[in-house]
Design a protein. Structure first.
Lengths: 227, 404
């Protein structure tokens, strides 16, 4: 329990864009402890997405080390990363990334399918979470029958369904009006305060970032203390 | 991921695009159905040929007199009278020979009371029914005693019986040919046309000796049918027989033979072989349509993978491993081809049955063609589904997620 959820040392990431090599992350050091709520801010092009991909185990760093919940991610193969994403991480995206033409409850169930949970338990857990998100009467609605805020709440339910150690939210309020943004942030704050869920939030909006316990700024591939 | 969930995922995905799935399946349906129908037609032809050969007796050789060369003049086949009943008896003693049927044939006008009928008259021995595989349906065949005594008895072929007696029973009646009155002992079973198109039932059968002495006044015979132990044995017997007859007829090694041999086993093999080739040919032509159906599956699966790249990205982010994605798409392809295979089997069998009902064409539905066509369809699904499925499973999660 003493080890931090996220422990990053000297992390570098390069990628090629139109044949030009881009040094996207230039030595990131980061520690996120359990029950922390960290916001990372940064202008576009600062390497936010690259950092997010690595934090979410969708990509691996070129240099440096990344330990998630004590496990060294740096040398994992694609299957191990998939298992890690399934068990340890819950994703909330700006564009929701719900499966289209698939009901809310089936969307929430999806991570449990890959975790090998049986149908009955999947249904129960998913229904309970959607209930908590205030969507108890919309279990069988399709994403395009739901409002943006409702879709994001489905996505949050889906992120929480495997009881992950880390919730990664990438611009979760990016496409929303102020009221809906605050509604989503209320949910995240409550999860952090009441259940001690570790949350890492990426945003470019200061009024969203202030609601986190602390925030950092990513600028030109390096992290700086913020606010 | 459990198998059940994987199957459910694949079924769901297919259901969402059901029109497309049905059209894709149609290609396989047509392929499988045509393979089964075509092979059934081929097997039907094969079976008809086999039955015909069976009725001829497939383990048999036929010895006929050959031509003679006298002073540079070569007479036609069957014109010599060198073949004798003693030759036949000698052949009967060869190893591998089960039975022999020597015969002589002529034609005659047969009279019965007010009517008459011109037909073939054949002198045979009792083994004839066995060697020619031609049983009596009414009355009985004549015996060795009848042959030894050149008795005035005969057995009728169906056509002759019908022409002279109509529906009445001819057994016990007496017919007259070339001044010889013969009592009818029995009637042979209907045999139908020979492989060369002549009506085999249009014949009257008398003891060999009766035809030789009383009707034709000759001592030779013009045909010996030799039944061998097996089809394989017939080839060995043929060699032995050749040597034996050359020796008996005192033919010098540099002289041509005065007899000819026909091996029915050879004929049987050739016709069976060509029927088999026919079946394979039909089957392979039909298989091409199955292959085209498979390409249809690959085509639609590739489109599907591209269309669903974003979905694949989401699933990967949520913890789907590469093999989960691979199986999802592979199962979809297998289900498409499997369903196509099943429906194809039903339509193929139905089509074959309908064909045999409404046309004279013989159709034989073989279980193996159904099994093979179905397995082939499933294999087509795996083969053509694998490439798109691998393509899907090798997508990079970040790129797939970013894809719109």
């Amino acid at each position: 329990m003493n080890s931090p959820i996220i422990e990053i040392k000297g992390l570098h990431k390069y990628y090629a864009m139109d044949g030009v090599q881009v040094h996207a992350l230039r030595g990131i050091d980061l520690v996120v402890n359990e029950a922390d709520f960290l916001a990372i801010m940064g202008p576009s092009g600062s390497g936010k997405s690259t950092l997010m991909n690595i934090l979410g185990c969708l990509d691996i760093p070129d240099e440096g080390s990344y330990r998630l919940n004590g496990k060294d991610v740096t040398h994992m193969d694609s299957d191990e990363l998939a298992i890690l994403r399934n068990r340890e991480i819950g994703f909330v995206f700006q564009s929701f990334n719900l499966l289209s033409r698939t009901s809310a409850i089936e969307n929430v169930e999806t991570p449990l399918i890959y975790a090998g949970v049986n149908k009955k338990e999947r249904r129960e857990r998913s229904a309970a979470l959607l209930q908590r998100m205030g969507l108890g009467d919309r279990l069988y609605h399709l994403p395009n029958q739901l409002s943006g805020g409702q879709q994001q709440r489905v996505a949050i339910a889906r992120a929480l369904v495997t009881s992950p150690t880390l919730l990664l939210a990438d611009e979760p309020t990016g496409n929303m009006d102020t009221a809906t943004s605050q509604e989503i942030m209320d949910i995240l704050c409550r999860l952090n305060q009441e259940e001690g869920l570790t949350i890492l939030l990426i945003t470019h909006e200061a009024e969203i970032a202030v609601r986190a316990k602390r925030s950092l700024i990513l600028r030109d591939g390096r992290l700086e203390e913020g606010l | 991921m459990s198998w059940l969930s994987a199957v459910m995922l694949a079924l769901n995905a297919l259901w969402r695009n059901r029109t497309r799935a049905m059209l894709t399946t149609l290609g396989v349906v047509i392929g499988v159905a045509s393979v089964i129908a075509m092979v059934s037609v081929g097997a039907g032809a094969q079976q008809r040929i086999a039955t015909q050969l069976e009725s001829m007796g497939t383990n048999s050789l036929v010895v006929r007199p050959g031509s003679q060369t006298r002073g540079g003049v070569r007479t036609g086949a069957g014109t010599t009278s060198t073949l004798s009943r003693d030759d036949a008896e000698a052949i009967a003693d060869l190893p591998g020979v089960v039975a022999i049927a020597p015969s002589i044939r002529t034609s005659a006008q047969i009279r019965y009371r007010g009517t008459n009928w011109g037909t073939a008259v054949e002198g045979v021995t009792p083994d004839f029914t066995r060697v020619r595989n031609w049983p009596v349906v009414e009355g009985e065949f004549f015996t060795e005693q009848h042959v030894n005594g050149a008795a005035h008895v005969c057995v009728l072929g169906q056509t002759v019986a019908h022409e002279l007696f109509g529906i009445a029973s001819p057994v016990g009646e007496t017919i007259v040919m070339k001044g010889v009155a013969c009592r009818i002992l029995g009637v042979l079973k209907e045999k139908g046309a020979s492989a060369w198109g002549s009506d085999q039932d249009d014949s009257v059968f008398l003891p060999l000796t009766t035809v030789q002495r009383k009707i034709m006044g000759v001592t030779h015979i013009d045909r010996i049918e030799v039944e061998t132990a097996s089809r394989e044995a017939s080839f060995q017997v043929m060699k032995e027989l050749k040597r034996l007859l050359r020796k008996r007829h005192r033919i010098a090694t540099d002289q041509p033979e005065d007899f000819r041999m026909y091996n029915r086993a050879e004929l049987a093999q050739t016709s069976e072989e060509s029927a088999r080739v026919f079946t394979w040919l039909l089957g392979s032509i039909a298989s091409v349509s199955l292959l085209v159906g498979g390409i249809g599956i690959m085509n639609i699966m590739l489109v599907s993978v591209t269309e669903r790249t974003h979905e694949i990205g989401i699933r990967m982010a949520l913890g789907a491993r590469r093999r989960d994605i691979l199986w999802q798409f592979l199962l979809e392809a297998i289900m498409l081809s499997g369903a196509g295979g099943l429906i194809g089997v039903i339509i193929g069998v139905g089509g074959a049955v309908a064909l045999s009902k409404f046309s004279q064409f013989p159709v034989s539905i073989t279980p193996w063609s159904i099994v093979v066509a179905f397995l082939f369809a499933a294999l087509v699904g795996i083969f053509f589904g694998l490439h798109p499925a691998r393509k899907a499973s090798r997508l990079q999660p970040i790129e797939a997620l970013r894809y719109e």
